[in-house]
Ligand binder design. Structure first.
Ligand code: PRP
Ligand code: GUN
Length: 180
């Protein structure tokens, strides 16, 4: 395992494939135990979460559904700020147990803007499963119900996470090498 270059930056191995897969299995086991009989709807937020969503979903043994949405942020006027719109959310969430699947909660901005749209539909439960979070980076605190790893505030790459479009296909997670 060695340092790789993507575009103009260097990245070093940070979480290996085996460690990732082990933790994802543990997260799935907790979901299987907690959500038995609830027929939860998992909502994976594209693009970054596609690998995590596929891997965790394979380990679910309970009845469960999955749907994928893409969030689009618009730079608004001074008064409206960022508006986040979901593309592809067709399901009615009323009375459902819903689990959001995210690859990373970083500042928390994305989910803090998006969750109210889901809450508006009055799900029975609305929970978050995130593979990664950066506690030092949080600006908008989000309660993460199922968490894979807490990581330092450094840019990550791989396993769905990109740097300017590249690196999503890497099976492990890399960390940016900061140059002096
Ligand atoms: O907590 P935040 O600071 O809002 O960051 C988290 C968001 O950033 C990533 O998405 P990104 O906007 O990079 O889009 P992508 O998944 O399509 O790469 C990730 O998938 C989260 O949705
Ligand atoms: N690739 C990548 N995308 C992110 N989106 C929010 N945080 C990150 C990160 O550390 N890496």
């Amino acid at each position: 395992m060695s340092v790789i270059q993507v575009h103009d930056k260097k990245f070093q191995p940070y979480i290996g494939e085996a460690e990732l897969q082990l933790r994802i299995k543990e997260m799935a086991a907790l979901l299987n135990k907690d959500l038995e009989g609830e027929r939860p709807l998992f909502i994976a937020i594209l693009n970054g979460s596609f690998m995590f969503a596929a891997d965790i979903f394979k380990h679910l043994t309970i009845e469960a559904e999955i749907s994928f949405i893409k969030l689009v942020s618009y730079k608004g006027t001074k008064s409206s700020g960022n508006v986040i719109t979901a593309i592809g959310l067709d399901e009615d969430l009323f009375g459902r147990t819903v689990v959001i699947l995210e690859d990373i909660v970083d500042t928390g901005r994305t989910l803090s803007q998006f969750l109210p749209q889901l809450e508006h539909q009055q799900p029975k439960k609305l929970m978050i499963a995130s593979l990664l979070t950066k506690p030092e980076a949080v600006i908008h605190p989000i309660k993460i119900d199922y968490l894979g790893f807490s990581v330092p505030d450094k840019f990550l790459l791989g396993y769905g996470l990109d740097y300017d479009g590249l690196g999503r296909n890497l099976p492990q997670i890399y960390q940016l090498v900061e140059m002096p």
